[in-house]
Design a protein around this ligand. Structure first.
Ligand code: ADP
Length: 353
């Protein structure tokens, strides 16, 4: 069964197409992350799933039921927001219980039991009688997640829930969300602009750009085999180096050329459906380049950033910025000329835009 299914979903705000013909099937129990830069349409997509925005075109189905015309209250989804959205005058317990009343078909005992169960899972039993102002950011976010849990919905919709937390707490809560999902197996759609969060949490990750989904795949597949230049540059820490280049064949030798640089290509252009002289985008990850004495590509070093486990070296290659990640204690300094080796098995080619 499908947990949530979007078909040609489109949202127009005046002359802005915030969401542009998005189709996506999230399977029951899956944790699907929508990731992309600010303004690409992630939140709007999530709000369309929740029923907080009306669709311009397309449909939203939850558990194979078309809910496009249903109001938010009838969709059996629970949303967690970045700013927690707790009622300031209510205690944590009241915030979590709010709406679980007789009108919604809950007895008082049942509501109490559910809150206690969720509080135990989230380790907030001691905080239930406090108001939000007496809770830290992390505690408030636990209460907001608790409020979603007690509803036991068919789908959780989470909009950047960890963005207001400091770095350490964010990593801790990220692990807790992963554990929670492993335990509850509730279908989840999770929005973030942070590709590390996306890669660590998602069963699959949908990369959005300009209102559209560019690629949906498990995290490792996105890293290993990005479909487009955008996905290649967005996924990774840092993302893939990409340069506009030309394919060339000289006799039996095929190569990728930009400026004075050439990189040998194992395959012939024809075997890739291309011909000599075609424009391509050449991509290689910083961690797949090596600093060699006899490398194919010359780089002038402009910045070095020691990251502890690696040294990130930034420089220019034939007028293009590139980054290479090398051994942490390498003696490379700003102003040095180094040469880079490219492993032919680790290079990527993309269509030029
Ligand atoms: P993201 O969550 O990826 O940052 P959003 O979904 O919030 O992106 O926004 C997508 C686009 O839609 C942006 O250009 C944004 O300015 C626009 N947008 C979002 N909500 C509204 C609104 N209520 N009215 C007009 N434009 C909006």
């Amino acid at each position: 069964m499908t947990g949530i299914s979007l078909h040609n979903l489109t949202k127009q705000f005046d002359d802005v197409t915030a969401v542009d013909s998005v189709s996506l099937d999230v399977t029951e129990g899956e944790f699907l992350v929508l990731v992309g830069p600010s303004g690409c349409g992630k939140s709007t997509t999530l709000r369309l799933c929740a029923g907080l925005e009306s669709t311009t075109e397309g449909t939203v189905s939850i558990s194979d039921r078309n809910v496009t015309a249903e109001p938010a209250s009838e969709r059996d989804v629970a949303m967690v927001f970045q700013n927690y959205a707790l009622y300031p005058h209510m205690t944590a317990r009241e915030n979590m219980t709010f709406g679980l009343d007789a009108a919604a078909g809950f007895s008082g005992t049942e509501a109490t039991e559910r809150v206690e169960e969720a509080a135990a899972i989230l380790d907030i039993e001691d905080l239930l009688d406090r108001k939000p102002s007496a809770l830290s950011g992390g505690e408030q976010q636990r209460v907001a997640i608790g409020r979603a849990l007690v509803r036991d919905p068919e789908v959780f919709l989470m909009d950047e829930p960890l963005s207001n937390l400091d770095a350490k707490l964010r990593v801790q809560m990220r692990a807790e969300l992963a554990e929670l999902h492993a335990e509850l197996q509730t279908t989840t759609v999770y929005v973030t602009h942070d590709q590390v969060e996306a890669m660590t949490l998602g069963d699959r990750v949908a990369v959005m750009n300009d209102g559209r989904i560019e690629q949906v795949a498990p995290p490792q597949d996105l890293y290993d085999a990005p479909d487009t230049r955008f996905v290649a540059e967005f996924i990774g820490s840092p993302g893939m180096n990409t340069v506009d280049a030309t394919l060339r064949r000289r006799g039996t030798v095929s190569e990728i050329v930009w400026g004075d640089n050439t990189v040998p290509l194992d395959a012939s252009p024809e075997s890739l459906g291309l011909t000599s002289g075609d424009r391509v985008v050449f991509g290689v990850r910083p961690e797949d380049l090596s600093a060699d004495t006899d490398g194919d590509v010359r780089m002038e070093v402009t910045v070095t950033e020691p990251l502890g486990s690696t040294l990130l070296v930034r420089g220019t290659v034939g007028g293009h910025e590139m980054e290479v990640s090398i051994q942490p204690r390498s003696l490379v300094e700003v102003g040095d000329q180094i040469t880079l080796g490219v492993d032919p098995d680790r290079l990527h080619l993309f269509d030029p835009e």
